[in-house]
Design a protein around this ligand. Sequence first.
Ligand SMILES: Nc1ncnc2c1ncn2[C@@H]1O[C@H](COP(=O)(O)OP(=O)(O)OP(=O)(O)O)[C@@H](O)[C@H]1O
Ligand SMILES: [Mg+2]
Length: 303
Amino acid sequence: MVEKVVIFDVELILSEPADVDMEWVGNDDLINELKAAWLIVDENDLPLNPRILGKPGVGKTTLGYAAGKRLGKDVYMFQCTMDTRPEDLLISPVIASDKKIAYVASSLVSAMIKGGVCLLDEGNRMSEKSWASLAPLMDKRRYVESIITGIRIYAHPEFRLCVTMNSDSSTYEIPEYIQSRLQPKIFIDFPNKIDELKILKYNLPFAPEEILEYCVDFLQNAHIHDDYTVREGINILRLYMKSRELKGKDKGMLNKNEFKKAIVHILEEHAINYCSDEYEKFLKRQQEKYVKDDFLIFKKLDE
Ligand SMILES: Nc1ncnc2c1ncn2[C@@H]1O[C@H](COP(=O)(O)OP(=O)(O)OP(=O)(O)O)[C@@H](O)[C@H]1O
Ligand SMILES: [Mg+2]
């Protein structure tokens, strides 16, 4: 059954909130940063619109979704793309079964109407034109204007917004007047070893402890070099467990060679250096290379 509401004589079909199994494990400070940004401390106060930042795969979407759920709210997710037009963000016309035009409210507008949380995922993929349509929503006005229906929609007082953004290059530069409305910035860094192990365990409860620990050591060594995120660890573990299953091998026993094969398939040959039994040798090779390079530089200077 779809839910419908009428606003200024226009009937809108509402979108459904997301219902996924995504719990935030580990650093609760980040959840609290989001909760603080959304808090209202006085009747004249307004919630902030936080921007969650970090490398691809560090857990930005997970954090936004889980924080909304922990507040007991419905979370509506909107996946932003380069092709997202202003009206896609607000209200889209569709042909209904009686051949009449019906209007569908986006996840964002549905969250505004119902008082849920809207997570604008990967917001920096969206063009300035689309962002511009959200400017009034993100200041004191708290409304959007749909050109297609000609109506203005005010946000429910319980409505909350957050945006995730990652730092890959295929994205737009967000204009300053929008950036200043997307505050505070919540930056997700690599988790520490204890939290990363918990995250792996939560995502792969069927993987044996010894294998999870080998994987977490691999990830922690990689993070020292600003490499890879927990998503890569999860994918490596999944592939490893699947290949063991396919070969009918004992899944409980750690086979380092098989694990390294999974690393190469998911990442690249070089990544194997971060495995705990390779890492010391790798550092030594690096050190020797630096010494040799320095020697060559000094030799050249002497000549
Ligand atoms: N703290 C965490 N608790 C539970 N799972 C986590 C956590 N951090 C990361 N993950 C897991 O890591 C994977 C990547 O997380 P997520 O998709 O949220 O990352 P992202 O930063 O949004 O990535 P992208 O920039 O590519 O959108 C998911 O499988 C998620 O379950
Ligand atoms: Mg994401």
